[in-house]
Design a protein around this ligand. Structure first.
Ligand code: PRP
Length: 177
């Protein structure tokens, strides 16, 4: 068994809910008459997606894309491939990508590039959290929730070696010095 890391709350569930609600209001204003296709990037986005769409009171569709970056643990190594493709056609759709966190930006840049080639009518990005200190490739975030410090985060969909996704708060792991 791994030793249990020490967790501290960075954003509690009320702060997350307020952020999701604010993002949903912004998205509603722009998409209420556009019948958008919301695409979540698995696995991390599932909880954010579920909460976000409960606030969206207009017709929309949801799909998910599954990616794998080679390697595990805390590092994103940069090589990405699609392991679960979309079921919905993207051509001509108003597409909004839903992410839990933008870190190096590699996952999002790959996904936007992959989707752009499918010729959507529009393609935008909504991210619950952004960690700009780690960015390796530029990413434009059209709807941003929270800017986060350069700490390893878990909870609300985010994992450490697949654990802690179920925590209702966003927590950071205390550095082991
Ligand atoms: C996490 C997160 C984002 C990505 C961001 O996913 O959910 O998709 O990393 O990192 P990046 O900006 O450095 O590319 P991960 O690859 O850990 O898979 P998961 O969603 O299944 O946890």
């Amino acid at each position: 068994m791994d030793s249990q890391p020490k967790l501290h709350i960075l954003f509690n569930r009320q702060e997350i809910e307020a952020t999701v609600s604010r993002l949903a209001a912004e998205i509603s204003q722009d998409y209420h008459d556009k019948y958008p296709l919301l695409i979540g990037i698995l696995k991390g986005s599932f909880m954010f997606m579920a909460d976000l769409i409960r606030h969206l009171d207009f017709p929309l569709e949801v799909d998910f894309i599954g990616l794998s970056s080679y390697g595990g643990g805390r590092q994103t190594l940069g090589k990405i491939k699609v392991v679960k493709g979309l079921q919905s056609p993207v051509k001509g759709r108003e597409v909004l990508v839903i992410e839990d966190i933008i870190d190096t930006g590699l996952t999002t840049a790959f996904t936007l590039d992959y989707l752009r080639k499918k010729k959507p009518a529009s393609l935008k990005l909504c991210a619950l959290t952004d960690k700009p200190a780690r960015r390796q490739v530029p990413v434009t975030i059209d709807y941003l929730g929270l800017t986060v410090p350069n700490k390893f985060l878990v909870g609300y969909g985010l994992d450490l070696n697949q654990k802690f996704r179920n925590l209702p708060d966003i927590c950071f792991i205390e550095d082991e010095d």
